[in-house]
Ligand binder design. Structure first.
Ligand code: ADP
Ligand code: MG
Length: 350
């Protein structure tokens, strides 16, 4: 029998294959696999749970990621999944695997970042596990949050004609990663040359120290706007739109010139001769929120500077399209990251 190569399968197909026989035994399990977080309902209390795994050499490179930032980021990426369900994170558990190459002082730094994130996002570190690892550092964080039963927002509930919105700007974290990799390569070849990252401060920070958009969730709530569907942007706009549309059985239409991209990202994209739209569509790790709203909420959302309306939801047979400024319609493809790519390059995967 020919064995299946997981790099050909890809991350999403592998998860599907491993989990399709999953049985749910408890009525309290409202949502299991398939969204940003699982949803558990006990009496009147709605609990959200999400987990992520970060592995040295796959998700981060300690040549340029300071441990304190890494600790902060490993918490933030989990909180982002709880916010993406329109809920509030309350607790985290942290599991680490550490090789003997790390002195305790290095792990103190990691935890300084973890504690900082707990303080800023008002969450409690309540436990975890610690193990040795043969090689490198492994971090897994689980976040627990609380939501309102009727206000939890899923990926599969977008409706035709809903408006597609995104917070902040996109593509910056991937541009930052490319800068850091480029400068690290120069430094490895010639340690005399100290990298000057000052022209790229914003995008490198987007990569090393992202934030989760709890502020956006709070603001929408203050204005009584409940998104009709939502996901966080961890794998690039294209892949996340695909998740919303596929799960909601819909199509979509977005306008290229409406996609928010920071000036620094555009400048770096020009240097690499890759259109900045590609960074936004296929880059990862922006941790912004992608969501849909009813048309009636447009007048409220249009006045929120942190939110861009980039298109609308269509009938499923219309497919998923990007419209360029010269009115060309380009079909969107799920690029995203493929964690199981053969190691042809050194890029990070999520
Ligand atoms: P996200 O990018 O929001 O973190 P993922 O794409 O990693 O989400 O996961 C999609 C869904 O699959 C989630 O519901 C997640 O809990 C589930 N999942 C991922 N890996 C596994 C696994 N090994 N076993 C069971 N469920 C998994
Ligand atoms: Mg997510």
């Amino acid at each position: 029998m020919k064995l299946t190569d997981i790099s050909e399968l890809g991350e999403f197909a592998l998860i599907k294959r491993l989990t399709e026989k999953t049985k749910i035994h408890h009525k309290e399990t409202i949502k299991g696999i398939g969204d940003d977080a699982a949803v558990i309902q006990q009496n009147n209390k709605t609990t959200l749970i999400s987990s992520d795994l970060l592995i040295e050499g796959v998700h981060f490179n300690l040549a340029y990621a300071p441990l304190k930032h890494l600790g902060y980021k490993s918490v933030v990426v989990n909180l982002s999944d709880i916010f993406a369900m329109n809920a509030t994170p309350k607790q985290i558990l942290v599991n680490i695997g550490v090789s003997s190459r790390f002195p305790a002082e290095a792990l103190d730094e990691l935890y300084a970042g973890i504690h900082k994130a707990c303080e800023i996002y008002n969450v409690d570190l309540i436990g975890g596990d610690t193990s040795s690892s043969q090689k490198g550092l492994i971090i897994s964080v689980t976040a627990i949050g609380e939501g309102d039963k009727d206000k939890v927002v899923y990926r599969n509930t977008a409706n035709e004609k809903d408006l597609i919105c995104v917070s902040g700007d996109l593509g910056g974290a991937y541009a930052g990663l490319r800068v850091l990799e480029r400068e690290n390569e120069v430094f490895q070849k010639n340690p005399e040359i100290q990298p000057d990252l000052s022209p790229y401060r914003y995008i490198t920070e987007r990569q090393l120290k992202p934030e989760a958009r709890g502020d956006v969730i709070k603001k929408l709530k203050e204005h009584n706007v409940i998104p009709t569907s939502m996901i966080d942007v961890s794998d690039g706009l294209s892949s996340e739109l695909m998740h919303i549309c596929k799960n909601s059985n819909k199509g979509c239409y977005i306008y290229e010139e409406k996609i928010p991209i920071a000036d620094e990202t555009k400048v770096f994209a020009e240097e690499t001769l890759i259109p900045s739209t590609i960074f936004a569509l296929n880059g990862g790790e922006d941790y912004e929120l992608l969501f849909t709203i009813k048309q009636k909420d447009y007048d409220i959302v249009k006045n929120m500077p942190e939110i861009s309306v980039i298109g609308h939801i269509e009938a499923p047979e219309k497919g998923l399209y990007l419209c360029t400024p010269d009115n060309k319609e380009i079909p969107l493809e799920a690029q995203g990251w493929n964690t199981f790519d053969k190691p042809k390059d050194t890029e990070q995967k999520s």
